[in-house]
Design a protein around this ligand. Structure first.
Ligand code: XMP
Length: 513
């Protein structure tokens, strides 16, 4: 792939992925690598520009990540952000010190002089700051190009060497002209024209997959989610019937979902894949009987999924390649992240050891979620599928608090269906990040037609989120809630109460288990 490339070197900042996404929004290909990448590897990567991310450290701490000073002599433009800017100052002979006042949040930036980085920006513009150290003195040959009330060197540059540094975060939304600044860096300073187009990516990928796989056999676990669907269609365009897709219905899908997946990918759908649907619901219900502990449920569902897939794979015999729908955030996180496991997420990561295959293919491993969607549209996958909201691997199993039974699955499926239907009717479904019904394990007393009832309470959840790491509960109009609540109680047998979840993430998670 001979695209223009920007290299993001990660110093442990929380916004590393965001920087890469912002650059790709400019149609410039970009990868995130650890700050320990060697100079040799950097040269091999051959970027048109380099961005140093922020990071939680002070350049003076013993274990703080540094970088080989040689990087400043490669004649490749560099933009240092936050910690990255301080590191640049520190290594090139400037002075970094604890800020008089640590800045956090929106701050007014005053631009001084003429910098290419600030081309077309207002002289006074709002930026997002988050730091306790700052650059006290710029290195020799650097000019200061902006400041704030509390930060004397909010940005600096040595334009001859194409070295640029900003104390604030241009990648976050709160920096009003941040995307313009990144564009200036990528286009005016690095000289990128923007040659990263999804149509080219798709064409090139299909060609590469054809060349790699030749007449080999390929197996794909299709969940009906966006990633595995796009991966499957991409592969089918490349190798047609050499691809076999296995779709496991674990009996924990949403109402009608198994049929919807079959209609698109099955023998009567547009793609004519080799499609094997396995109805394994009873197997899963049996395994889940009397199990109430969330992590145990997740584990059982994940493991049983592998067993079912294994049984199918045995029937198929040896395959040359196994497809995984890994996407770029997974790659970045597994390479760099050290965060605590809050929930053991279920995906097909456990498959390799049980399937007889030669190699794994991950056709989406370089793409962000929004890019996967673009590829999906490019491939002609229906937009309702491409924009479908995320659905967890363990499915309704983690939306039924406590023991899972067939009857409880029915209740939550029906309630969820009504909820989704009414949100769509009200025209607000598209504005919501994720929404679903869950079955609480609580039964309570009610009255229906003069009769005492003792039935379940359904909990409704809807959140808005940009990254699913944090989320805010959605303000659904009460009138809409009224219709939904009435319908659920009237139409779903076994429910006599409807609750709404008013908790954001954190402290709650999006799913209930
Ligand atoms: P939580 O509940 O952790 O969810 O706030 C964040 C996002 O991840 C989805 N989720 C999962 N996705 N396997 C998945 O593939 C899982 O086990 C899983 N658990 C949660 C959840 O739906 C939300 O979008």
């Amino acid at each position: 792939m001979q695209h223009e490339k920007i290299l993001v070197l990660d110093f442990g900042g929380q916004y590393n992925q965001l920087i890469a996404r912002r650059v790709r929004e400019l149609n410039v290909y970009c990868e995130v690598h650890p700050s320990t990448m060697s100079i040799e590897k950097i040269k091999e990567f051959n970027p048109k520009g380099i961005i140093f991310t922020g990071g939680p450290n002070s350049v003076y701490l013993k274990d703080s990540p540094l970088i080989d000073k040689e990087i400043f002599n490669l004649n490749i433009p560099i933009l240092g952000i936050c910690y990255g800017s301080q590191l640049m100052a520190h290594l090139l002979g400037g002075k970094v010190s604890k800020a008089r006042v640590s800045e956090y949040g929106k701050t007014e930036l005053r631009i001084l002089g003429d910098s290419k980085l600030f081309d077309d920006c207002h002289r006074l513009t709002t930026v997002w700051m988050s730091h306790t150290d700052n650059i006290e003195k710029a290195p020799k040959d650097f000019v200061i190009t902006s400041n704030t009330a509390n930060c004397p060197v909010a940005s600096m540059e040595d334009p001859n060497k194409k070295l640029y540094a900003v104390q604030f975060h241009p990648e976050v939304m709160h920096t009003v002209e941040g995307q313009l600044m990144l564009k200036n860096f990528v286009t005016l300073i690095c000289g990128c024209k923007g040659d990263w187009q999804m149509a080219d990516f798709v064409k090139q990928n299909i060609k590469d997959l054809k060349e790699k796989i030749k007449d080999g056999k390929v197996l794909c676990a299709l969940s009906g989610g966006v990633d595995s669907s796009v991966a499957a269609v991409l592969l089918s365009k490349a190798i047609g019937k050499q691809l076999t897709c296995v779709f496991v219905d674990h009996g924990l899908l949403r109402k009608n979902e198994a049929n919807e997946v079959e209609n698109v990918f099955g023998p009567n759908g547009p793609y004519k894949l080799n499609f094997i649907k396995v109805d394994a619901s009873e197997r899963f219900y049996k395994k889940l009987k009397s199990v109430t502990e969330p992590e145990k449920k997740r584990k059982i569902i994940g493991e049983e999924f592998i067993r079912v897939f294994e049984d199918e794979a045995k029937k198929i015999g040896h395959v040359d390649y196994l497809v995984q729908g890994t996407i770029y955030p997974d790659v970045i996180e597994s390479g760099l992240g050290k965060s605590a496991v809050i929930k053991s997420h279920h995906n097909v990561g456990g498959l390799p050891s049980v399937v007889d295959f030669k190699e794994i293919i991950e056709p989406l491993r370089l793409l962000f979620k929004d890019e996967v969607r673009k590829v999906g549209l490019e491939l002609g996958i229906p937009s309702n599928l491409v924009y479908r909201q995320p659905f967890p691997g363990p499915g309704l199993g983690i939306r039924i608090i406590g023991e899972v039974t067939k009857e409880k699955v029915r209740i939550v499926q029906e309630a969820d269906y009504i909820y989704r239907e009414e949100l769509a009717k009200a025209g607000i479904d598209k504005n919501l990040g994720q929404y679903f019904a869950a079955l609480t394990n609580m039964q309570s007393v009610g009255v229906m037609g003069d009769e005492r009832t003792y039935e379940y309470a359904i909990a409704l959840r809807a959140v808005n989120t940009s990254d699913f790491m944090t989320a805010d509960w959605a303000r659904i109009p009460f009138d809409v809630m009224d219709i939904i609540s009435r319908r659920i109680v009237n139409e779903v047998k076994g429910v006599n109460r409807v609750l709404y979840d008013f908790t954001s993430k954190p402290p709650a998670t999006i799913e209930f288990e």
